[in-house]
Design a protein around this ligand. Structure first.
Ligand code: ADP
Ligand code: MG
Length: 623
């Protein structure tokens, strides 16, 4: 009888499966463990993670380390992945035109159109009426003016016959001002550079009722009506309208030379070199065209970006970081797969006066690089030394078993599966597919883009700048703390708590990880966060699942595939497996999350496969 542990070192996770192999070569699995991978996969720093999972798997199995005979390491696929993101449009405001400011707490409601006048002129009705006889005005109130004073000044002016149509405040007290006014007007506050708001110009302020969004300023023809624009001018301001869509409040000032431009940054092109064909595609054409070009020239041999452009810089960065990781010269790094994803990122508008933010188009790229060799032998030597030192006196460490083949062997232990079968391993950096045909032949592909890119998209699209929180948003459903004792979950149901919720969570959208709740900063609604989360998953995993299956299916025909088994960390996700299954249903494919050995779920396939393959070798007298 032999005590063995199969170990799978992944980019993110190291998994182990402990078993005994009897004299009749029968395998009994006894315990499993997993831990984060230490260091870059395939390098000696992996030894810490390996030692930890071996130790824990043996404990779970009730086997003493001194009785350990063999550790089986996979011949890790020498691929690593990298990613980059670049915005390809920018909104620029010239001459301090203010657009789109949407403070947290605007006051009043309605649409006010008038000429912007300084607060001080309210006290000087002569000057005001000389300048703008009987015309409505929009008062611009600088920071530091007390809300009671400002409200009283507006009321006095109104009584004198001045039509105050709206107000723009530097302070954050629109609601306090509105509560003290005789008439309801729309009021915008928190304009940080209030002194930069142009005066004597026609402007419009719109505030929608609670729970509603503005209707006029977010409509290009609404703007045209207010500012009497002709067709050409309407075309110019249409980006303004688009930028304001969905806001509860907005202000637009029309200045004679001022302009809001929606500029496409010359993003540059990608040169895709296939093994037999090449293509060049402009990145600003978007992900669909880029991916069509990738598919046309596949298999990819390498990718370059146009030098001197954002795309050039992006590809150079990916190449450099992967060269550093894998200890290769930059010239030895060849990009073998590329996934492009369209995304939107909130960016502060250049030239804005109140920290206005516009959603800019961006493209995210994930790239896959094949490294020279896996370096597993060096890892094996390091693991042997470490385990011997820990008391495993007679352990030998064996490298063997191609990752894809082992994954298939492990996946086939899922109840209800049969050949031909495709394994989709949804990992952190890559989506790996392996197919086993009825005649047992195995084929595999490694595609760029997986769980880490989903996290990165969520982080960028919500403007979080916090990958840990983005990871939480990816993994857990949302809720909204509606009172101190209950949370409304995203599916509409309510969860009650006996102890009061933390004050930081109150009235916020939170992630619910089962243990606690993490409030999500910013003003995103639950619906929007949910949409960002779900579309990020779809744009990566549904796209990659289809790409992978087209690559491994006989003749590229998805109908030839009977079973798809999902494995890897992202197969544990609460919605990715359903999204993939929905996309594959039209092809008559049975698709589900793996349950390795009927107990391990989508985890441990490679580790279990290593043990099974070793036992088969023992049985055939190969060991
Ligand atoms: P690898 O094989 O590359 O080491 P894994 O199979 O461990 O990678 O997958 C890592 C990915 O799985 C990460 O993107 C991580 O966010 C995701 N992941 C891990 N656990 C879960 C979970 N419980 N729910 C959703 N995603 C998960
Ligand atoms: Mg893996």
């Amino acid at each position: 009888m032999k005590n063995v542990v199969g170990v799978d070192i992944g980019n993110s996770t190291t998994e182990a499966s402990a078993a005994t192999i009897g004299s009749d070569a029968a395998v009994r699995f006894l315990g499993a463990a997993l831990a984060p991978t230490t260091g870059v996969k395939g390098t000696p720093r992996n030894v810490d993670g390996v030692a930890e999972v071996v130790d824990r798997a043996l404990r779970a199995a009730g086997v003493a380390i001194a009785d350990l005979d063999t550790v089986l390491l996979n011949e890790a696929t020498p691929v690593i992945s990298g990613m980059a993101m670049e915005t390809i449009t920018e909104t620029i405001i010239t001459e301090s035109t203010m657009i789109g400011h949407d403070p947290r707490t605007p006051g009043g409601r309605g649409l006010g159109v008038g000429t912007t006048v300084p607060y001080a002129s309210l006290d000087d009705p002569a000057a005001l009426s000389a300048q703008h006889p009987a015309e409505p005005v929009i008062v611009v109130v600088p920071k530091g003016v007390d809300f009671e004073v400002a409200a009283a000044a507006i009321n006095t002016a109104t009584r004198r016959g001045i039509v105050v149509a709206a107000a723009i405040l530097g302070n954050d007290d629109a609601v306090l001002v509105v509560n003290r006014l005789d008439t309801t007007i729309p009021v915008i506050d928190e304009v940080s550079r209030i002194d930069a708001v142009p005066l004597g110009m026609l402007a419009a302020v719109e505030v929608a009722g609670p729970g509603q969004s503005i209707r006029t300023l977010s409509n290009a023809y609404g703007l045209a009506t207010i500012f009497e624009l002709d067709a050409a001018a309407t075309k110019v301001v249409s980006p303004v309208a688009r930028a304001l869509t969905g806001n509860r409040s907005a202000v637009v000032v029309r200045t004679p030379a001022g302009d809001v431009a929606d500029r496409t940054i010359p993003a540059g092109s990608l040169e895709l070199h296939g093994e037999s064909r090449s293509a060049s595609v402009d990145v600003s054409r978007g992900a669909v065209e880029i991916m069509a070009a990738v598919e046309r020239v596949s298999p990819l041999a390498d990718v370059n970006g146009e030098s001197g452009t954002n795309t050039g810089g992006m590809i150079a960065n990916v190449r450099q970081s992967m060269a550093d990781l894998s200890d290769h010269a930059v010239t030895d790094v060849h990009i073998k797969d590329l996934l492009a994803v369209d995304t939107f990122v909130p960016q502060e508008v250049r030239g804005g006066v109140a920290g206005e933010v516009a959603l800019e188009n961006a493209v995210a790229l994930a790239a896959m690089v094949r490294t020279r060799e896996s370096g597993m032998q060096a890892v094996a030597t390091a693991v042997t030394e470490r385990l011997r030192a820990a008391g495993a006196d007679r352990v030998e460490v064996v490298v063997g078993g191609v990752e894809a083949e082992m994954a298939v062997l492990g996946a086939l232990t899922t109840p209800g599966t049969d050949k031909p079968l495709v394994v989709l391993d949804l990992g952190g950096g890559s989506t790996d597919a392996a197919v086993i045909a009825a005649d047992d032949s195995i084929d595999a592909v490694h595609l760029a883009g997986a769980g880490d890119l989903v996290t990165k998209l969520i982080d960028a699209e919500l403007g979080l700048d916090n990958l840990e929180l983005a990871e939480d948003i990816k993994r857990f459903p949302l809720g909204k703390a509606e009172s101190f004792f209950h949370v409304r979950l995203e599916n509409g149901t309510v969860q009650f708590f006996e102890k009061p919720l933390p004050a930081t969570a109150f009235a916020r959208v939170v992630t619910l990880d089962g243990a606690g709740m993490n409030p999500i900063p910013g003003r995103h609604s639950m619906e929007r966060i949910r949409m960002v989360r779900r579309t990020a998953k779809e744009r990566i995993f549904v796209v990659n699942a289809l790409r992978a299956l087209r690559a491994v299916a006989p003749g590229g025909d998805l109908r030839q595939i009977g079973f798809v088994v999902l494995l890897g960390g992202c197969a544990l996700d609460f919605e990715i497996p359903d999204q993939i299954a929905d996309a594959l249903a039209p092809y008559g494919i049975v698709c589900g999350t793996g349950n390795v050995r009927g107990t391990e779920g989508p985890r441990n396939a490679v580790a279990s496969g290593l043990v099974a393959a070793y036992a088969a070798k023992v049985a055939s007298g190969g060991v």
